[in-house]
Design a protein. Structure first.
Length: 250
C-alpha cells in the first residue's frame, strides 16, 4: 500500500497533513474503484436493463441508495488495521492518528455525497430530456432529485455515522480480539443505529413507519446525528490510547 513519507523532524501540522495524505493515497484505489463501479454498474447498466425490459419507469441511480453507507463502514473498519501500526511506529501519536482518521473519513463522506448529488442531477437532466419518469424507489429526506441540499445532507449524515461505526468496529476487534469485540458491538453500532432512527430514510423507513415511528424534526435530527458521529470518533480515540503497536505478521 502506498503511503506518504513521514520525516521525524517535521512539525506537528506537517506530520498531520502527511498522515491524512497517507490515508488518501493508500485508500484511493478502494474509494475511487467503488465510485467507478457504482456509476457504471448501477447507473449505466441499471438504465440499460430498464430500457431492455420494458422502458424506464424509475430512477436507476436510486437503486443504490443503501450502498454508500455500508461501503463507507468498510472504509472505517479498514483504517485502524491498515494504518495504526504503520503511522504510530513512525512517531505519530495516537491522538494525531485519530484526528487524521477523522479528517479523512469526513472528507471521504463529503466526496461520496457530492458524487451521489452529481449523478442524481445528471440522471434528472437525462430523464427530463427523454421524458422518462424519475420516480424514487426509496424513502428519503428529499422528495425529488432537484433538492440538492437535502440529498447531500442525507448521504453525508448516513455515510459519516456508518464510518464512525466502522471506525469503532475496526478498533475494538483489533484491540480486543474477536470475542470481546463481539461484546462491544452495541457501542460500535450506536452511531449507525442512531442515524437510521433519527433520519428514518432509505430501506428502514418503511418498517419504522409501519410500527408508528416517525422521524423527529430535521432541526433535531441533523445535529443529533453529527453529535453521535463525533462521539463515536472520540470513543475510538479513547479506545486507541492504551493500544500497543503490534508487529506485522509474515
Amino acid at each position: 500500500m502506498s503511503t506518504a513519507v513521514l520525516p521525524r523532524a517535521a512539525t506537528d501540522s506537517h506530520r498531520l497533513r502527511q498522515s491524512v495524505l497517507s490515508m488518501v493515497i493508500g485508500l484511493r484505489p478502494m474509494l475511487t474503484g467503488y465510485w467507478a463501479v457504482m456509476v457504471f454498474a448501477l447507473f449505466f447498466v441499471g438504465l440499460l436493463i430498464q430500457l431492455l425490459s420494458g422502458g424506464v419507469t424509475a430512477s436507476a441511480w436510486d437503486y443504490g441508495t443503501q450502498s454508500p453507507k455500508y461501503f463507507s463502514m468498510a472504509i472505517g473498519i479498514t483504517i485502524t488495521p491498515a494504518y495504526f501500526s504503520l503511522l504510530v511506529s513512525q512517531g505519530i501519536t495516537r491522538r494525531m492518528f485519530s484526528v487524521a482518521a477523522g479528517i479523512y473519513l469526513t472528507g471521504a463522506a463529503v466526496a461520496t455525497s457530492v458524487l451521489w448529488v452529481l449523478v442524481y442531477q445528471l440522471e434528472r437532466g437525462l430523464y427530463a430530456w427523454q421524458g422518462w419518469p424519475d420516480k424514487l424507489t426509496n424513502a428519503h429526506l428529499f422528495d425529488h432529485p432537484s433538492q440538492v441540499g437535502l440529498i447531500f445532507a442525507e448521504y453525508f449524515l448516513m455515510i459519516l455515522a456508518h464510518e464512525a461505526t466502522g471506525w469503532l468496529l475496526g478498533i475494538t476487534f483489533v484491540r480486543l480480539g474477536v470475542w470481546r469485540g463481539i461484546l462491544m458491538l452495541p457501542l460500535a453500532l450506536l452511531p449507525a443505529v442512531a442515524a437510521e432512527l433519527l433520519l428514518v430514510a432509505q430501506w428502514l423507513a418503511g418498517i419504522l413507519n409501519n410500527v408508528g415511528y416517525h422521524r423527529p424534526p430535521l432541526v433535531v435530527a441533523v445535529p443529533s446525528v453529527l453529535v453521535v458521529s463525533a462521539l463515536g470518533l472520540y470513543a475510538g480515540y479513547r479506545l486507541l490510547e492504551p493500544m500497543a503497536v503490534k508487529p506485522p505478521k509474515g
